[in-house]
Design a protein around this ligand. Structure first.
Ligand SMILES: Cc1ncc(COP(=O)(O)O)c(C=O)c1O
Length: 408
């Protein structure tokens, strides 16, 4: 693996870099900053100089409260927070180049509130592109995704006022096919749709299943229909690239324009760390020029957002380094394999993508007592057909073995 940006760092190095970045941000105590509606966290509640803070770079950032409003990979940004914005830029580079295999192409991105926002940001950009470059009306632009997609695509369709078309997946192997994609496209073309915003999955919420984006591009290219492909790696972005090397779900695939990868899922970062990355020369379709009081204007959905979130994700990735991360995922893969072997021995039917840590069990094998006792999540609370196990860091073989005993 050739690491371009991602390097393992010691605790001391991490501290030095984060505290150095905070020193480059505006200091509300020492400087006369009279014009911004922002400050450090309320010091009657959150002490600014508790002794442990000198060893706690994330908490120190949280307390100093930098606002990362806007997007820092394009043009100017608020100079007040230049230090920690630099850390965010480095994080975007790590994700774009080292995790998603971007090459000499360049990328824009930011730390969004979560996967929902990052997916919506992508769809917003592409809808605006088709509106302004092709003069297509909203009802001529359609979100195309599988029926296993996260519901954020339905939310995006509703907010952005464009239709959503689901592609049927195979009940057993959860994959889309050329035929189901063609059928979905035809249904929308018959209604007058002229362009598609494809959202392909790098691990779905319920099944951990993975789409082959080439199925979408082959059909759309053949039909000579304009489209963009966004990858929803909200769940899988910090997992799948490490559990499977050969695939079409990253920037090596020139048809892929943007990716969501949430650090607050598999990377165990604080909530508010949905990462959005897009190839250069597209994010300006989401520029809000009216944001004139913001230095560099705003290219994001969210507006104000905490700089501490970017610092937290950067710290996590820097502490592990790329090989440490590979090992972390390797252990989760092994544990997932272990539970699958146990389920096989019990003749329990389940779905698992071989590169995923989600196991989705047919509901006929799971009583409501077991589901409740082990916090297994159903696909549908009213009439569950499936229950899932997600093998996270805390889901050890010791804990899984208790479930296996009960399933017997
Ligand atoms: C595949 C996928 N996409 C998007 C989301 C939405 O992420 P968030 O809850 O961070 O908005 C999720 C959340 O579970 C998800 O699993």
């Amino acid at each position: 693996m050739e690491e371009k940006h991602w390097q393992k760092k010691s605790e001391e190095e991490i501290k030095k870099i984060v505290f150095g970045a905070l020193d480059k941000n505006i200091n509300y105590v020492d400087k006369n900053v009279l014009g911004v509606p922002a400050s450090y966290l309320d010091d009657k509640v959150f002490s600014q100089d508790a002794s442990f803070l000198k060893d706690a770079p994330f908490l120190s950032t949280l307390i100093k409260n930098p606002n990362h409003i806007g997007c820092h990979t394009i043009g100017e940004s608020e100079s007040f927070f230049a230090g920690t914005q630099e850390i965010e830029r480095e994080l975007i580079d790590i994700c774009s180049y080292d995790i998603l295999n971007g090459t000499d192409d360049h990328f824009d991105g930011y730390v969004a509130s979560g996967g929902t926002e990052a997916n919506m940001q992508a769809i917003w950009i592409y809808r605006n592109y088709f509106n302004s470059e092709k003069r297509f009306e909203n009802d001529e632009i359609c979100i195309l995704c599988s029926e296993d997609n996260h519901y954020s695509m339905d939310k995006a369709g509703n907010v952005l006022n464009i239709p959503v078309q689901k592609v049927k997946v195979d009940e057993n192997n959860r994959t889309i096919s050329k035929e189901t994609v063609e059928k979905a496209i035809k249904a929308q073309q018959d209604r007058g749709v002229k362009a598609f915003i494809v959202v392909a999955n790098m691990m779905t919420t319920m099944f951990g299943s993975v789409d082959n984006p080439d199925v979408y591009s082959e059909v759309l290219d053949r039909l000579d229909t304009p489209y963009f492909i966004h990858l929803d790696g909200a769940y899988g972005g910090f997992y799948f690239p490490f559990s499977q090397k050969e695939h079409r779900l990253d920037f090596r695939n020139t048809n892929v324009s943007s990716v969501t990868l949430d650090a607050h899922k598999m990377a165990q970062a604080p909530y508010g760390t949905g990462i959005f990355i897009i190839r250069k020369d597209l994010i300006h379709y989401a520029n809000t020029k009216e944001a004139s009081y913001v230095e560099g204007e705003d290219y994001t959905l969210i507006g104000s957002r905490s700089g501490a979130n970017a610092v937290a994700v950067w710290m996590i990735l820097s502490k592990y380094g790329p090989f440490g991360w590979m090992e972390k995922i390797f252990v989760l893969q092994k544990r997932t394999g272990w539970i699958c072997d146990q389920l096989d021995q019990l003749n329990i039917k389940y779905y698992r993508h071989p590169s995923s840590n989600i196991i989705t069990i047919r509901s006929e094998h799971v009583s409501s007592e077991i589901a409740k006792k082990y916090g297994l999540v159903p696909d549908n609370h009213d009439n569950p057909k499936w229950f899932k196990i997600v093998v996270m860091d805390h889901v050890t073989i010791e804990k899984l073995s208790l479930l296996v005993e009960d399933l017997k």
